[in-house]
Design a protein. Structure first.
Length: 446
């Protein structure tokens, strides 16, 4: 990625709101991986997204939304990946945009260097070693305005600051930290968001139709309908760790994964816990119909050498049949794919563990199964941390066929934390991490 905006080619806006972006260049990438030993998962193709100035990308979708991209290129589309129907084509979604952390007087501040950035649904094609953008759809409010990626509520979400952490920015109740994506049979999209956390129904042209949030969130001032339809226990989500994974079952039901254990009864309990939650949502009934306890492996098993349990996250869930899911357990350096079955007997919705006054909480149990909690049974499918050619911070997984997966990483728009993320002129010092799509062949069919 280029660290400077100077000298970039202008991008001409198409008339349609969903903009085909033929202007996107791709970089040559590594070819097929070296043959792996028989029986091992291995990379069969790698492709990389080329440099595209973020301001040009954003202003082609919503003119005037970004006045200064600070040298940032398009990235962050690796928040999720979903098959688009044709071979090599996928729907992806950006997260809330470039953001980082800078410590000021001993306290970390959340920075938004490009506060006008609007999350977007991005259709890509993988051709050889190149990832090309075919189409991009901005996520907008009911009146067609940018939702932005800014935090919603003072006191609940992190306070937003400028790129240098010196100037406070306004909160925006419309803001979405989009993560998972699926496309419904009617052409609309479903997204999940970390702020609420929330499930967001979006039209084929990107307008928010309904945002489903936990009971008691009391989110007001939005320019789209908000429905409190999720369990109130989700109000205890860890900051910046709401919903991250989203799967669509064959019948149309959705499964959302809470990225990390809830902070119940407090932050310390959540940081030490290995138990998070999956929720099943019926679009027909517009309601949560089931909830499941999911147990992480010990952090040192997922990522040898890591000893901080709070680094465990779920970033992707993928439907494999009517009641089976692939679940990605990860840290920023390693990931493992587990296969689970959503059994009726494992449903904990509406019971003791949804009562935030329960003591001990689900998150505090050292061995939930021994305490009578029907934890989802799982089976390891692949340890991606041992597969050569798989980048770090994989956040999106898609099933390509019976034995092949597409994986995409989140490159964080080339940003790093700390004051050194930008130079003296306020231009990004790029991390050099690219958005990469890799195809992985599994040793066994799914």
């Amino acid at each position: 990625m280029s660290p400077n905006a100077a000298g970039r080619r202008p991008v001409h806006r198409c008339l349609a709101r969903a903009v085909p972006l033929a202007l996107v260049a791709g970089l040559a990438a590594a070819g097929p991986a070296v043959s792996a030993p028989s029986g091992d998962a291995h990379v069969v193709r790698t492709a990389t997204l080329g440099d595209l100035p973020l301001g040009a990308f954003s202003n082609a979708l919503l003119p005037g939304s970004v006045d200064d991209d600070r040298g940032v290129d398009l990235g962050g589309i690796g928040s999720d990946i979903y098959p688009a129907g044709r071979g090599g084509e996928f729907w992806t979604v950006t997260d809330r945009g470039p953001n980082g952390q800078i410590k000021v007087d001993g306290t970390k501040r959340r920075t938004f260097p490009v506060p006008g950035f609007d999350p977007a649904i991005v259709k890509i094609r993988v051709q050889g070693g190149t990832v090309r953008v075919l189409e991009a759809i901005p996520v907008t409010t009911a009146s067609g305005k940018a939702v932005t990626g800014l935090p919603n509520q003072r006191g609940r979400d992190e306070a937003p600051y400028s790129y240098d952490a010196k100037t406070p920015l306004p909160y925006n109740p419309n803001g979405l930290d989009t993560e998972g994506i699926v496309r419904a049979a009617d052409g609309t999209f479903w997204l999940v968001d970390e702020y609420g956390p929330s499930l967001v129904h979006v039209s084929a042209r990107g307008r928010v139709l309904t945002r489903y949030v936990p009971e008691g969130l009391h989110l007001t001032g939005t320019d789209y309908p908000v429905v409190e339809a999720l369990p109130s226990v989700l109000l205890h989500r860890k900051v910046n760790r709401g919903f991250e994974g989203l799967a669509q079952l064959p019948g149309g039901d959705l499964v959302m994964a809470v990225q990390s254990p809830l902070s119940l009864p407090d932050t310390a309990a959540g940081e030490a816990s290995r138990t998070t939650r999956l929720l099943r949502f019926s679009p027909k009934r517009k309601a949560v119909t089931a909830e499941y306890a999911y147990r992480f492996d010990p952090v040192g098993v997922v990522d040898p050498g890591e000893d901080d349990t709070s680094e465990l996250k779920i970033s992707s869930v993928v439907a494999i049949g009517k009641d089976r899911l692939l679940v990605e357990e990860r840290t920023d350096r390693a990931a493992r794919l587990q296969l689970v079955r959503l059994e009726r007997s494992a449903d904990i919705l509406g019971g003791r563990w949804d009562d935030d006054t329960a003591s001990p909480s689900l998150e505090q149990l050292d061995d939930p199964a021994s305490a009578g909690v029907p934890v989802l049974r799982k089976r390891l499918v692949a340890d991606l941390g041992t597969v050569a050619g798989v980048p770090g911070k994989i956040e999106g997984v898609a099933r390509v066929d019976h034995d092949t997966l597409a994986l995409i990483n989140d490159n964080d728009f080339g940003m790093t934390d700390g004051a050194a993320a930008f130079d003296a002129q306020g231009r990004l010092v790029d991390s050099g991490v690219e958005t990469t799509v890799v195809s992985v062949r599994l040793p066994h069919t799914l």
